[in-house]
Design a binder for this molecule. Structure first.
Ligand SMILES: Nc1ncnc2c1ncn2[C@@H]1O[C@H](COP(=O)(O)OP(=O)(O)OP(=O)(O)O)[C@@H](O)[C@H]1O
Ligand SMILES: [Mg+2]
Length: 511
């Protein structure tokens, strides 16, 4: 129970809302970021929610236990669907649950656990997000945190946070130079390339693969074991046909990843009503079934080096972060790619620790107990955008193209204005569709972030009708866009209507 004095004291905390587990941190009295320890002694909460038949929900380890006998009512990996409108679960009270509401429940628990540990009220949270999250995914993350009770929320890219903690949350002297951080989590993989120069930390490039993490390594084991079981017994197993057998196999495959880090081979039991089999699975099998996943991780590292136009020889450390990076074959692949021994960080907590440090630096101070406020350490962290943002437009040949307005890897915050011409004469309104992609990407494969309409334009004939489009990216990487007619004065701000595509009607001047 908090005292009246404590209720008045406020501070910041951080949340690494993970696909697999949620890690939280705060700034301790020692002036270091530290993880929150939960009642069960753990420093992470499984990101899982179980709903009972009365519609009551349970979070974390308790949810996982209850879900063993009833996997259909257990929700896991909800982070992968952040930003989508998909209904993940309908409970018995008629409530439909979306990914951001699952996140909200986890963040409420994180807030309560931190306040219990620190005796302070935490109204400001820095929440980490995958580097390549879209605008909508970032907005949903902020929404979840606000609904969980935080009044102020900032975001930080996960690999950037990890590198910040690796360099700045330690007693040891960390040399200046360029580092690569590779965060293979439970469901996402992110890479940041960062330069440290004294107290300045500047991200040069960042990339991510949104659906690649520890759960994908578990899945390839599950798939392979099911194939072998079927070839021995003739029985087919799937998530739909045998939900409990599948859930049990998933848990065993998950454990097997840890055992394979130490043993050359493991045996995985598969038990159905008709058959019992022990399926042998070796380290070589693992290397074989996850070859494509490993290639994707290495491709992400190479792309980040290319984006930054930096050679691997200039990288002084490659730091594997995130639980998924600790799998023996991921470490092998990373070391082979780097050609030198890998650095060792706190793979599980680095992200939440770095996010707490960012909060401290952003505010310029932090309250660590009722009477103590620590001033900022004067660290400067500058991150960059993970995507190019632009418009659907027509090029000189009349072909629809993705026209970049804000390039990839620009510092956040950034603002840019670009001029376009309407493609037809006498037009009174124009629809601007905002796209996210890579420079030169086929327009139809870019992600449509939404569209907005500029109306009431004065029709113009015999002269180009110029329209200015301004993109503004804030420190959290969120986009605000404005279009205006510099002569007529009409303007429109971006009201994102996600997944709705507008009619292209602008012509890119520079294409
Ligand atoms: N020592 C280990 N060896 C192999 N796999 C591991 C190890 N430790 C953790 N993992 C795997 O790492 C994953 C969880 O990692 P982590 O907690 O970093 O993910 P997360 O932060 O929840 O996910 P994300 O960052 O993708 O949202 C799980 O798939 C787990 O099986
Ligand atoms: Mg993570």
């Amino acid at each position: 129970m908090l005292t009246g004095e404590q209720v008045r004291s406020q501070s910041l905390m951080s949340i690494d809302y993970g696909t697999h587990a949620t890690k939280i941190a705060f700034i301790g009295k020692s002036g270091r970021a530290q993880p929150v320890t939960h009642d069960d002694g753990r420093t992470s909460i499984p990101t899982a929610i179980y709903f009972d038949s009365k519609g009551k929900y349970y979070v974390g380890a308790e949810a996982l236990n209850m879900g063993v006998l009833d996997p259909q009512n257990l929700i896991q990996n909800a982070k992968r669907l952040m930003g989508s409108d998909k209904i993940l679960y309908a409970d018995n009270n008629g409530k439909e649950w979306h990914a951001h509401e699952i996140a909200q429940i986890c963040m409420e628990l994180a807030k309560a656990a931190t306040e219990k540990e620190t005796g302070l009220i935490h109204r400001y949270a820095v929440v980490s997000v995958p580097a390549n999250y879209t605008d909508k995914q970032k907005e949903d993350t902020i929404k979840a945190a606000k609904q969980a009770g935080f009044e102020e929320v900032d975001l930080i890219h996960e690999p950037t946070a990890a590198m910040f903690a690796y360099c700045a949350n330690t007693e040891r002297t960390v040399p200046d130079g360029i580092r690569l951080v590779c965060d293979v989590g439970g469901g996402t993989t992110d890479v940041s390339q960062v330069t440290k120069s004294g107290n300045r930390f500047e991200v040069i490039a960042t990339n991510g693969v949104s659906k690649l993490g520890g759960m994908d390594f578990t899945k390839v084991i599950v798939d392979e074991v099911i194939t072998r079981f079927e070839s021995k017994t003739g029985q087919k197993i799937s998530h739909e046909s045998h939900p409990e057998v599948y859930a049990d196999l998933w848990r065993r495959a998950e454990e097997s990843k840890f055992r394979l880090n130490r043993s050359e081979s493991v045996k995985i039991p598969v038990v159905t009503d008709d058959h019992k089999e022990l399926v042998a699975f070796s380290q070589d099998d693992m290397r074989h079934v996850c070859a494509t996943l490993l290639e994707q991780i290495i491709a992400c590292l190479k792309k980040t080096l290319d984006d930054a136009q930096i050679s691997l020889d200039d990288v002084i450390e490659l730091i594997p972060i995130g639980g998924g990076s600790q799998l023996f074959c991921v470490l092998e692949a990373l070391e082979k790619f780097y050609g030198k021994p890998l650095a060792k960080g706190d793979a599980l907590h680095c992200v939440s620790l770095g996010a707490a440090l960012k909060g401290w630096e952003s505010k310029g101070h932090v309250q660590v107990d009722e009477g103590t406020i620590l001033p900022s350490r004067g660290l400067l962290l500058r991150d960059v955008t993970a995507h190019a943002l632009g418009l659907r437009a027509l090029n000189a040949q009349g072909k629809e193209v993705f026209t970049t307005v804000l390039a990839k890897s620009v510092p956040m915050p950034s603002k840019i204005t670009k001029e376009f011409m309407l493609s037809e004469e006498g037009v009174t309104d124009a629809v601007v569709e905002i796209l996210q992609g890579e420079k030169g990407q086929d327009v139809d494969t870019c992600l449509s972030l939404g569209s907005f309409e500029l109306t009431g334009l004065e029709p113009r004939y015999g002269e180009p009708h110029r329209i200015m489009v301004e993109f503004n990216i804030d420190t959290n990487g969120l986009l605000t866009a404005t279009a205006f007619d510099p002569i007529g004065g009409q303007s429109a701000d971006l009201q994102l209507h996600y997944n709705k595509s507008g009619q292209p009607s602008l012509e890119g001047e520079n294409e």
